[in-house]
Design a binder for this molecule. Structure first.
Ligand code: COA
Length: 334
């Protein structure tokens, strides 16, 4: 069996910065409420007149990651793309990356696991490398939320949280079993699917059916039972981090850097306090990018790495919780 390690990281966010004050011009909200409840100061939203999308942002992040890995597009054997906001109903964004980066006709899959999307994606890539099937896999998380949000007071409980952006990494084969991804841990509990959901359009409720309700059917906007999600998130985050540490005979003191999915700063702070971690052991950047769902962990990991907060041999823990419900963790020796 081989091991896999991250050899290149990159992220891309749209230029357009949307502050909390900007949002208060669209809906009844304010900077103090948003910061106190979520920690978010600003987020990036794609300018609607631009041609950016989950796939184009993913392609930009990928180019940076491949270059930093010291590879070219022709060295990549496989693409794994995580998103809940694909450019098309089908096909998925993975194949668009293959085309946009002018890659050979390698395989590409899309992962549909929302906030846990990047954890599921990198874990999937890890399995292909562990078995020896592939040597270098491009793993992407990208989201274009802003065009799908209800930006009125009706949708304020959800729309202030989400931002657009993309991150990517190259996962490569290594013979050194002491380095790289040590383990990954994936979970789901589908009975809570309707607690955080975009229900339509679906094949059961297709576009003409929605139009026929003359605006009364708003099930194409995200719905979130915020309090219920929050309560479940803090429990599952804690459980799955512990599960990963125990699997590797490690303790919370061994964590050099925890990169939690940037769901809400209060969730990260709860987990930090519960495990007694210092500010240096947890990285957050939700303040400037909001919750970018499948992109958030890889954007945060790249941001932390660019700030020299991750060093050789560090124990890096990634953890996520989100719609599904799905949750998971990845334990990495850098
Ligand atoms: N601005 C101002 N007021 C707002 C608002 C906004 N953007 N959104 C909601 N409110 C109001 C509500 O209408 C409510 O008013 P009321 O008391 O008059 O009815 C009040 O603020 C409290 O709303 P509530 O939903 O109870 O707030 P909360 O403290 O639970 O915070 C969340 C809301 C969404 C921030 C919080 O539940 C949360 O973070 N949940 C986790 C969500 C998450 O992380 N999701 C990501 C996927 S993992």
């Amino acid at each position: 069996m081989y091991n896999s390690k991250i050899t290149g990281l990159g992220y891309y966010v749209p230029e357009n910065i949307v502050t909390n004050d900007d949002l208060s011009e669209l809906m009844d909200t304010n900077d103090a409420w948003i910061q106190e409840r979520t920690g978010i100061k600003e987020r990036r939203w794609i300018d609607k007149n631009s041609d950016e999308s989950s796939a184009t942002m993913g392609a930009k992040a990928s180019k940076i990651a491949i270059e930093r890995a010291g590879l070219t597009k022709d060295d990549i054997d496989f693409i794994v793309f995580a998103t809940l906001s694909p450019d098309y109903f089908f096909p998925g964004c993975g194949v668009q990356i293959q085309d946009m980066l002018d890659m050979p006709t390698i395989g590409a899959i899309d992962i549909r696991n929302q906030c846990s999307g990047f954890i599921y994606a990198i874990s999937t890539a890890d399995q292909f490398i562990k078995t020896g099937m592939y040597k270098n896999i491009l793993v992407i998380g990208a989201e274009y939320h802003s065009n799908g949000l209800d930006k009125t007071t009706r949708g304020r409980g959800v729309s202030v949280i989400f931002g657009d952006g993309a991150g990517a990494c190259v996962l490569s084969r290594t013979d050194d079993n002491s380095k790289g991804i040590l383990s990954s841990h994936l979970h789901s509990e589908g009975k809570y699917a309707d607690k955080l959901i975009v229900k339509s359009p679906s094949i059961k409720n297709w576009v003409p059916d929605i139009i026929n309700t003359n605006g009364e059917d708003t099930s194409y906007y995200p719905y979130m039972d915020g309090t219920f999600v929050f309560k479940n998130a803090i429990v599952r985050f804690s459980e799955v981090i512990k599960e990963g540490l125990e699997k590797n005979n490690l303790n919370t003191e061994d964590i050099d850097m925890l990169i939690p999915h940037q769901a809400n700063l209060r969730i990260s702070q709860f987990v930090q306090k519960k495990f007694g971690l210092s500010n240096d052991q947890v990285f957050n950047n939700i303040m400037k990018f909001g919750n970018t769902t499948a992109a958030s962990i890889i954007i945060a990991l790249t941001d932390a790495w660019e700030q020299n907060k991750i060093k050789e041999n560090d124990l890096v823990v990634l953890a996520a919780f989100g719609s599904g419900f799905t949750w998971g963790s990845v334990i990495i020796r850098w």
